[in-house]
Design a protein around this ligand. Structure first.
Ligand code: GUN
Length: 299
């Protein structure tokens, strides 16, 4: 049976490091890490994410501001707010929750965020830094950064000689994850919906990352014995066994059958999920340390 990679516990360790480093930064330099979270409209899932980000930031001792804008906010108004936040010395991290309403060009909004406050790691400058292996100066998107910490727990920081398959090619998870694995010397393949013989390819992976958003798509017989399986998916599916209208969360991996073959696996919930917010806190702390000219802690 596989080792269960407890993302909640690892996220707790990251947050503890952030809290301690934030307290030291504040007492020694007077700089309080500051994060601004911006949400446009009333998408219920986004509202839950945003309030948990703001709550965690306060728990870390950060200066945390939340901007809740109406659904009918114009692109110019939003760009104006970002411009203000870019110039606000009390703010070291800016996060604009996605998706944005259809009348707003998300790409334009993201590229307006100052790269050195882009704690989501979505700005082209940070994408380029990651792609060229400039990890010391890049902000890396939070979900892949957190997934990589879980991989390191099992495999260490040097993945030389190991093959990694990332299923999913999104800009937020699949592509940055592939770059992180490559930077750690893994031999990396990105697979997606057009890949031939996906089960056969997955079965070659020492490290398998599933980030497709399809419930339980990756089956037990796709797993190489002893593989490290990182399940990024969070899918809500009907659970009639729990009662009428009830639902449950599952990943992109069929957990029970995969756990029977893997060496280590992340559960859903409680695997990658908790790592995402923890890495947002880590990125914001790193940004504040850079501003204050201090060496940030290693995560
Ligand atoms: N919406 C879903 N995931 C994310 C994320 O990681 N960052 C932002 N800004 N919005 C999201």
């Amino acid at each position: 049976m596989a080792e269960i990679l407890d993302g909640k516990a690892v996220a707790g360790e990251v947050v503890a490091t952030v809290k301690q480093a934030a307290a030291e930064l504040i007492s020694e330099t007077g700089v309080t890490p500051g994060i601004a979270v911006v949400i446009v409209g009333k998408d219920p899932a986004s509202q839950v994410y945003v309030s948990s980000k703001s709550r965690k930031a306060k728990e870390c001792g950060f200066h945390s501001v939340q901007h809740e804008l109406g659904e009918d906010t114009s692109e110019d108004e939003l760009l104006g707010l970002i411009d203000e936040l870019n110039r606000d010395d009390a703010i070291h991290g800016i996060l604009v929750q996605l998706p944005l309403p259809d009348h707003i060009d998300s790409g334009r909004v993201i590229q307006t965020i100052a790269p050195d406050k882009d704690v989501d790691g979505f700005h082209f400058i940070n994408v380029g830094r990651l792609g060229t292996g400039e990890l010391a100066s890049a902000f890396v998107p939070c979900t892949p950064a957190g997934s990589m910490l879980l991989v390191e727990r099992v495999r260490g920081t040097d993945l030389s000689g190991l093959s990694a398959v990332v299923v999913g090619r999104s800009n937020i998870v699949g592509k940055p994850m592939a770059h992180l694995l490559l930077a750690a010397n893994a031999t990396v393949t990105i697979a997606h919906s057009r890949t031939k013989d996906l089960p056969g390819l997955c079965a070659t992976a020492d490290i398998l990352v599933a980030a497709v958003g399809r419930p339980e798509m990756v089956k037990g017989d796709w797993i190489k014995p002893g593989a490290t399986v990182i399940d990024v998916g969070i899918n809500r599916i009907p659970a009639p066994e729990k009662g009428e209208g009830k639902t449950r969360l599952v990943g992109d991996v069929a957990y029970e059958e995969a756990a029977a073959k893997a060496g280590a696996i992340t559960p859903v919930p409680g695997g990658v999920g908790p790592m995402t917010i923890a890495m947002l806190m880590a990125n914001t702390l790193v940004s504040a340390c850079r501003t204050a000219g201090r060496e940030p802690p290693k995560f």
